[in-house]
Ligand binder design. Sequence first.
Ligand SMILES: [Fe+2]
Length: 234
Amino acid sequence: MMVLDELWEQSSQLSDEYSIEFHKGEIALVKNIFKYPEMVLKFQKLLSVWESTGSAKPGLMSLKMPPWTACHIADELFDWDYIDKRSESEYIYFYDGNTTKWNEQPDNIVTNECYLPHVDSDAGGYEIIGLVNLNQKNVRTGFWSYMGEMAPDDELVDEYYEYSSSATEENYKDKINNGILNHEFDVEYGFNDAIFYHSRILHQPHIDKFYTRENPRIMYRTCYTLDEDDDCDV
Ligand SMILES: [Fe+2]
């Protein structure tokens, strides 16, 4: 039976010429991350794609890939103490007007259109997320703060979700940049560039009208679970 292991090992080799810079000390931007980005882009065609379900990853998602598929990336770029067997990677596909399946709040603009930010982990989560842009067009990820905190604790996250639950597409601009919920900055990155950020940081993908279900914004996403006493920079 054919397996994909070797093909992924070849496709996902890191470039010899990547560079890393940090935004506000919190978000790592890695430029020119893969040696063969076209192969990484092509690889996703070998995976099954599903409707996203009940998460802040509205659109479509591939089946998750095994832990080892992501480890060599973190090992070469960073000095984190993470639990390798809990790593994972996948492809995600966002598009304008997307939603998720089994969504208890279909009008929620945090989990659907992503006009407002979210955190990527459940209570107590301690993960680093990586996103590689596989589109021939720059993408932007917005970073936010709630009550002055870009990485609010669990209690504050609950308070934020309560605050954002009354926001609608029509009124949300009245609820932002008011000292309570602030859009701090965007990180813009091109084809084969990646960002890595702590899952507790409030963030939001900008999904422009250009992306449709048939032509979605394709990202390769990794997730690493840190040992809790790791004091990494991102
Ligand atoms: Fe996210």
